[in-house]
Design a protein around this ligand. Structure first.
Ligand code: ATP
Length: 561
């Protein structure tokens, strides 16, 4: 069994390492040292998550709750805790300072003052599980009590990383890329095999266990599984229909529906629906569940499609309306009536016990078409296979006339590549490209708008480190109502404030229009945006799906050529 202190010390040493190669070595060593039971837990912990992203189990600990728990554990007032965080800018350091200050001579600081055996990783994980599983009226106090127990058993270095883990903000610069490489290194397994298994299972903890148990052979056995979402295949932008034809030859053309993507897992009448972020959204979409139950002819299946809300004019409604459906936890039936969804299915990944992802699109499409009864709630829409540019132009014009986004141009013989944004799926839209960027900070407004957030700091994503290097700011400058709505959206994500500046938990993605990307020493990413404008809040995307640093570099270079 491994102590949590050992994990905490490893985190502290990783924080001092500048290069990702050396970091990979340290993590590989850690993964080799822990027991097989601890392995999946540690794999997630080093990335700052407690449970796999797709799991129904989530921590549900915000900053406020953590401050309360810290206050109760230390006897330091919540106000004082906020003062400390303003000075230190780090919840870990704040926990250490609060717990060591011992204001009222409380008797709970044994770990800070005496030698004691400390906690095991397993115990911390079990407490976190209690915290995640607490529901109902008393859930807040159950969460606080468990956090209190952990803080009062912790040594200072443990408290530092416990606090950061509790809000899933470990910040040691370790992301999926480094962990993937570390698994490969620790258990002598091909990086490509580890990567593929991750895309299929969405769970590096599971992949680490397989690698440990039997290297390449075990990792290659990992496959799609019902009710565990598969990372979605994505599209690249094509500058023109001509260039798509040059790239792919004969192509399969479909409308690019304007809605929200869903991945649907069916086992008999048991249906699970996952959003673009691979979160389980089944309970918000009873009408989609019913449409699948009634019209999909399969014992088991994994299907993908776009859920579209059609307005009275027959055109798709605003994206924000669809998100209202996805987010809704109460009065679900009423909102389902007000904003009915129509499901446009475009792919099938699994059918009656067999994975289809290595089958060509043509074959998958045929199976999909044969096994779905289309009607006004569910539809396998037209797909045209052609190499005729004019014909494709017409389909494109039709899609735009119908109020949809444009077209998808797919390679008919390509397999389904989980998690890949490759050339086998291309998209053509009329709009200039926008960037999806993560909101990492903000500033309060001035004067009348002092209680509203006036501007947001944006970051792109670095998959190796899991960090969000800054790339610029966007001022929202819209109506007070809109500003208030956005301020509320971010209120639970405030990590700390210093003067007008706010640091935010990177959680929400903005779609940003811009004039140009420029090189800039002012931002950590090395780039800046000219004239950024907020187009949409992309609640359907997770921060890890924001534009990568590499992609920003590509766009910068493509502008110049
Ligand atoms: P965008 O903002 O353009 O939707 P994105 O990053 O969300 O981009 P992409 O992979 O670039 O996603 O584009 C494909 C998306 O288009 C899918 O995720 C899906 O939501 C949507 N879509 C609509 N119609 C189709 C279709 N027929 N086939 C595949 N995807 C479709």
């Amino acid at each position: 069994m491994t102590s949590f202190e050992y994990f905490a010390k490893t985190c502290a040493s990783i924080e001092q390492i500048p290069g990702s190669l050396e970091m990979t070595d340290v993590i590989a060593k850690l993964l080799k040292e822990v027991t097989i039971e601890e392995l999946p837990v540690v794999t997630h912990f080093v990335m700052g998550s407690v449970f796999p992203a797709w799991s129904d189990r989530q921590m549900g600990v915000g900053n406020r709750l953590l401050y309360t728990a810290l206050s109760k554990s230390s006897g330091v007032s919540e106000e004082e805790i906020e003062n400390i965080i303003r000075k230190t800018g780090d919840i870990g350091e704040t926990a250490v300072q609060a717990l060591s200050s011992n204001p009222a001579g409380q008797s709970t600081f044994s770990a800070f003052t005496e030698e004691k055996p400390g906690m095991e990783i397993k115990e911390v994980y079990e407490r976190f599980t209690h915290i995640a599983d607490a529901t109902g009226k008393r859930s807040q106090s159950t969460k606080i009590k468990n956090l209190q127990y952990l803080f009062n058993s912790a040594t200072p270095i443990e408290a530092r990383y416990l606090a950061r883990l509790a809000i899933e903000q470990l910040r040691i610069g370790v992301g999926e890329g480094i962990v993937r490489d570390a698994i490969s290194k620790a258990f002598d397994t091909d990086v490509a095999a580890v990567e593929r298994a991750f895309m299929l299972t969405n769970d590096l903890g599971l992949v680490a266990v397989a690698a440990c148990n039997g290297g390449n052979e075990e990792v290659q056995k990992l496959d799609i599984q019902l009710n565990r979402p598969v990372k979605m295949m994505l599209a690249q932008v094509t500058p023109s229909i001509r260039s798509a034809l040059n790239d792919l030859g004969e192509v399969a053309v479909e409308w690019k529906f304007d809605g929200a993507r869903v991945q649907i897992h069916k086992k008999g009448d048991n249906i699970h629906i996952f959003s673009r972020r691979l979160e389980n959204v089944t309970s918000s979409l009873p009408d989609v569940v019913e449409a699948v139950q009634e019209n999909v002819n399969a014992d088991t299946a994994i299907l993908e499609g776009e859920a579209v809300a059609i307005g009275e004019d027959g055109k798709p409604r605003a994206f924000q309306d669809i998100l209202k459906r996805f987010r809704r936890k109460y009065d679900v039936e009423a909102i389902a009536k007000a904003i009915p969804l129509k499901l446009n299915l475009f792919d099938i990944l699994y059918f009656n016990g067999e994975s289809l992802i290595d089958n060509p699109l043509r074959k998958r499409r045929e199976l999909l078409f044969q096994n779905v009864q289309s009607n006004d709630r569910i539809l396998v829409d037209r797909q045209v296979i052609t190499d005729n540019e004019e014909e494709i132009q017409e389909i494109y014009a039709d899609a735009l006339r119908a109020g949809h986004e444009g077209i998808m141009i797919k390679k008919p013989d390509a397999p389904y590549s989980p998690g890949k944004r490759g050339k086998n799926w291309l998209k053509k839209k009329p709009l200039m490209e926008t960037l999806d960027l993560v909101v990492i900070g903000a500033e309060w407004g001035y004067g009348r708008r002092a209680n509203l957030i006036g501007s947001y700091a944006l970051g792109c994503y670095d998959p190796d480190t899991g960090k969000f290097p800054a790339i610029g700011k966007v001022a929202t400058g819209i109506t007070d109502d809109k500003l208030a709505e956005l301020t509320t959206l971010f209120s639970d994500l405030i990590v700390y404030e210093a003067g007008r500046k706010i640091e935010l938990k990177p959680e929400i993605v903005f779609e940003i229009a811009f004039e140009e990307i420029q090189k800039s020493p002012n931002y950590e990413s090395g780039y800046a945006l000219r004239f950024p404008r907020l187009v949409n809040v992309r609640d359907d995307k997770s921060p890890e799906e924001a534009e990568s640093l590499e992609r920003i570099g590509e766009i910068y270079h493509s502008q110049r050529s």
